[in-house]
Design a protein around this ligand. Structure first.
Ligand SMILES: C[S@@+](CC[C@H](N)C(=O)[O-])C[C@H]1O[C@@H](n2cnc3c(N)ncnc32)[C@H](O)[C@@H]1O
Length: 468
């Protein structure tokens, strides 16, 4: 689990991080901790700045050594990286003629440490591990010990941010390189409530990729325990624009872009249309038919036959973009647009060949984490099916440069992306117009979570909450 987060900070960003914290001069006597220090990329620069600043202030080598042993702290859970870090720090100290420093660097789990000291600075790039990748024991530990992790699908870094704020003294500063998703994730709300008070600055790298492997974009979060400002200074690094964001405008997701929702005289998209996430079979390998041969009454897939009447056309934003024709087994039917579920015997009798085919995946189908009352041959989730049998629009959850909206006939089944149907009989053409407008795109730029370079991830509730 821990290996997943061992991505170290490039030198240029280390410098930006330390500059943001103002870790620049008069450093003697100021306590600093890097609480997930890896090989010491950040600590190396801290130690360099510390020694140079001391020398500039005419502090002698013996005192500097004492200072290093008193002021500089680090923790790293991984033995190998911990050892490498000590070696790196010794190398720097020795370069300045300082030997045998007894470093306060610990090979420990920072979240379980119970440090008694408080610090003037916490500077670092903590581990990010998504909820999905956290083991059960860690999830339980975090839920029990950190307010920011009490509910929902938190990230490991939430606990680090919370613990870092706790170990600052009353004028201490936190400068942390974090995934910018923390500003917008639904489950980051409690964390945002905790940090908003002391956040003074956000340096947002937006589309600039700092780490090759990472999926979300990065930002520097700067908190100052000694300050409670009304505004946050926000810097968009890519466009080199700084602006001031009133904290009282930051509710729900933190939106930094030019778009601001002004409720006066505006209408909520969700009042007129429903945006919802597509169907989820929870095992597309069985249901989705990609490389098939069409026969008269059957669809032939890998030697199995599927009754044609058990299938529908399946679409995703990707398949529509590449104009690929796909089918999906649809083990339901509609009666006057009301979804009807087959009884098992009924389904097996009506579609004996499809049943035979699906049974070849019986073990995998049974292992799905399905809704409670679903039969073995049904989709894992049935939520999206109720409103599906009507004219609808489809768009991707990932927006890159433009918003593509596809028109879908009544009987097409979207298996990925967000689909939109009309409430109150307002023509879908109006929804299409709204979603393709510049104003909606600006909203997405503000509210979307950066995913891989230029792309932004949006949710169905982002669309429903849009005001036009
Ligand atoms: C993203 S890396 C950053 C390393 C370093 N801060 C840097 O920027 O170069 C995160 C580091 O945290 C360490 N780590 C993960 N969980 C930890 C924990 N509970 N306590 C201390 N270190 C931890 C990992 O082994 C990894 O080296």
């Amino acid at each position: 689990m821990i290996e997943k987060c061992q991505i170290f900070t490039p030198e240029i960003n280390v410098k930006e991080l330390l500059d943001a914290a103002n870790y620049t001069n008069n450093l003697y006597g100021k306590k600093v901790i890097e609480n997930a220090c890896g090989d010491g990329n950040i600590l190396k620069e801290i130690v360099k700045r510390y020694i140079k600043d001391c020398l500039k202030n005419m502090i002698n080598i013996i005192e500097i050594k004492k200072g290093l042993e008193h002021d500089i702290y680090g923790t790293e859970i991984d033995k190998v990286h911990f050892a490498k870090c000590l070696e790196n720090l010794d190398g720097i100290a020795e370069f300045y003629g300082i030997y045998d420093v007894k470093w306060n660097i610990f090979n420990q789990d920072f979240l379980k440490m119970n440090l008694r000291d408080t610090f003037d600075f916490v500077i670092g790039n903590p581990p990010y591990i998504t909820y999905r990748d956290l083991d059960e024991e860690t999830r339980t530990f975090l839920k029990e010990h950190f307010r920011s992790c009490r509910y929902g699908k938190f990230d490991y870094c939430y606990a680090f941010i919370e613990a870092s704020l706790t170990c600052l003294n009353s004028t201490g500063k936190l400068a942390y390189l974090i995934p910018s998703s923390i500003f917008k994730n639904v489950f980051g709300q409690e964390l945002r409530n905790m940090i908003v008070f002391n956040t003074v600055k956000i340096i947002d790298y937006t589309t600039r990729k700092l780490f090759e492997q990472a999926l979300t974009s990065s930002a520097i979060l700067l908190c100052d325990k000694g300050k409670v400002n009304d505004d946050i200074e926000y810097l968009d690094v890519v466009n080199n624009i700084t602006h001031s964001i009133p904290k009282k405008s930051l509710m729900g997701k933190w939106i930094f872009g030019g778009y601001s929702q002004n409720s006066a005289s505006k209408r909520r998209f969700g009042e007129y249309f429903t945006a919802a996430i597509s169907i989820a079979t929870l095992f597309n390998k069985a249901y989705l038919l990609k490389n098939y041969i069409e026969e008269e009454e059957y669809i032939n897939i890998g030697g199995y036959k599927i009754e044609r009447s058990a299938t529908r056309v399946a679409v995703s934003p990707k398949s529509l973009n590449y104009k690929k024709r796909e089918l999906i087994i649809f083990p339901y039917y509609y009666n006057n647009d009301t979804l009807i579920r087959y009884k098992t015997e009924e389904f097996e009798l009506k579609f004996p060949e499809t049943s035979k085919y699906l049974k070849s995946y019986l073990k995998e189908l049974a292992n799905r984490n399905s809704d409670d009352k679903n039969e073995w041959f049904e989709y894992g989730r049935s939520q999206a099916l109720a409103h599906l049998n009507q004219h609808k629009l489809l768009l991707s959850t990932i927006v890159t440069n433009e918003i593509k909206v596809y028109d879908l006939p009544k009987d097409f089944i979207p298996y990925s992306g967000i689909y939109i149907v009309s409430k109150k009989r307002i023509p879908l053409l109006k929804a299409k117009e709204i979603l393709e407008s510049e104003s909606f795109y600006n909203y997405v730029k503000g509210i979307g979570i950066s995913a891989n370079g230029n792309s932004l991830r949006i949710t169905a509730s982002d669309i429903n909450n849009y005001e036009f």
